[in-house]
Design a protein around this ligand. Structure first.
Ligand code: NIG
Ligand code: FE
Length: 412
């Protein structure tokens, strides 16, 4: 099956020589082709170029994109989109002045979600999550990482991971799964946190591995959550089963999370509101993608990650939605680009690199997704008629995506 998309006003984020990530100053540029065509063969990108170089041939399907732009789909490398019930009551508490940590300390937050998730059936969780996946597809996401972490018992964590497996089987999205057994300490383990860490190590990790349920392992390594030593123990246990870390770090403080993540060859360290020179140094000597979650920083009104400083130091930066009921109840990656530009003073080009190729790297898929390149998977979207690619982050809060192509097929 060959599909032609023709008369594309501008084909955005094109790569002749594909890279796995884009670092430092290189983040400031993207390649585009004006008045372009793109040919899809099966589920892959076959070729692209300017309209005047398009050779006469027949296609099974033609799409006229006059006035519209084509972008590679977003890669959303950090979400918790399997959950039971929303948490707007805590949202009100936060407005009235309680901090995220205070809410967590009194059994709200992650523990609140865990209580509800433990009671939900696998089918309920699956149906809700599938609906959320369909929502983010419509906003242009083509790949998503999904974490467990609202189970907090071995049984409920495995339930979450099995839901992710079903989503992988049935959704057109490219999905990666992460075991986040150490997301919070259950009430009954308060004061004996080490024993809960043992449960993660002795039960959750081996069971997830035995069923092949987790691509990655995550730990919430931060002040008030898991310590560096506990994190090291869990990452070491995960490594024995080939689970590479993608960790939550430095949201509350310079907690040593980045350093321990880098030590265990993390694919990404995420949040990063607190980053000093030592963290930058650690990232520079690593293959780890610094990943910022602008939705959570916005929603919790937190101090912002020093993104410019990291890029000036030569680091790559990725951005993801953190879609979850507590700190970022939205998976809209177009909005994440707007936050990138307005709050972090990134240019539209930097925001595009952060949410496509670099976030693709942060979930281990940038070899096949994250840019328009020959041989890559045809996950892309066609915009509504828009004046420029800068319009994407500029025009915030509304959906500029008109047509979605995943695995070479038009699905919206
Ligand atoms: O990434 N920071 C840790 N975990 C999630 C929030 C989870 C929640 O509050 O439910 C996050 O922001
Ligand atoms: Fe998160």
């Amino acid at each position: 099956m060959k599909t032609l998309i023709k008369n594309i006003k501008e084909l955005v984020q094109v790569e002749e020589t594909p890279r796995l990530k884009v670092c430092g100053k290189d983040m400031a540029s993207i390649k585009t082709i004006k008045n372009a065509y793109l040919i899809i063969d099966g589920d892959k990108i076959l070729s692209f170029g300017t309209m005047d170089s398009l050779q006469e041939q027949t296609f099974d399907k033609e799409i006229d994109a006059t006035g519209r732009m084509v972008f590679p789909s977003f890669c959303d490398s950090h979400t918790h989109l399997i959950y039971a019930g929303s948490r707007e009551i805590e949202y009100i508490d936060k407005i009235k002045g309680l901090s995220y940590e205070e809410i967590a300390q009194r059994g709200g937050g992650i523990l609140n979600s865990a209580k509800r998730l433990q009671q939900a059936t696998e089918d309920e969780l699956y149906d809700d999550a599938m609906q959320r996946l369909n929502e983010i597809i419509a906003y242009g996401t083509g790949a998503v990482e999904i974490k467990s972490g609202y189970g907090l018992t071995t049984e409920a964590e495995m339930k979450m991971l099995r839901v992710i497996r079903r989503l992988k089987e049935n959704s057109p999205l490219t999905i990666k799964s992460t075991l986040l057994g150490a997301h919070g300490v259950p009430m009954e383990y308060r004061g004996r946190q080490g024993e809960f860490v043992d449960v993660v190590i002795n039960e959750m990790i081996p069971q997830a591995a035995a069923e092949g349920l987790a691509d990655y392992i995550d730990v919430f390594c931060d002040k008030g959550f898991f310590t560096v030593d506990e994190t090291a123990r869990m990452l070491e246990a995960g490594a024995k089963y080939g689970m590479r870390p993608k960790i939550h770090a430095n949201e509350m403080a310079c907690s040593g999370g980045v350093q321990v993540g880098v030590k265990y060859n993390a694919l990404s360290c995420d949040h990063l509101e607190f980053v000093e020179d030592a963290e930058i140094e650690a990232f520079l000597n690593s293959e780890c993608m610094p990943t910022v979650l602008p939705g959570a920083a916005f929603f919790l009104n937190m101090q912002l990650s020093p993104v410019r400083k990291m890029m000036n130091a030569g680091l790559p930066v990725a951005m993801a939605s953190d879609f979850n009921p507590g700190s970022s109840p939205s998976g809209n990656m177009q909005l994440i680009m707007s936050f990138a530009c307005v709050n972090y003073r990134m240019t539209p080009e930097e925001a595009i690199n952060a949410t496509t190729i670099n976030s693709g790297y942060a979930m281990g898929v940038s070899d096949v997704l994250g840019s328009i390149a020959v041989g890559k998977k045809a996950n892309l979207y066609i915009t509504k008629p828009i004046p420029s690619y800068e319009y994407m982050p500029y025009s915030y809060g509304n959906n500029k995506v008109e047509t979605v192509v995943l695995n070479g097929k038009v699905i919206k």
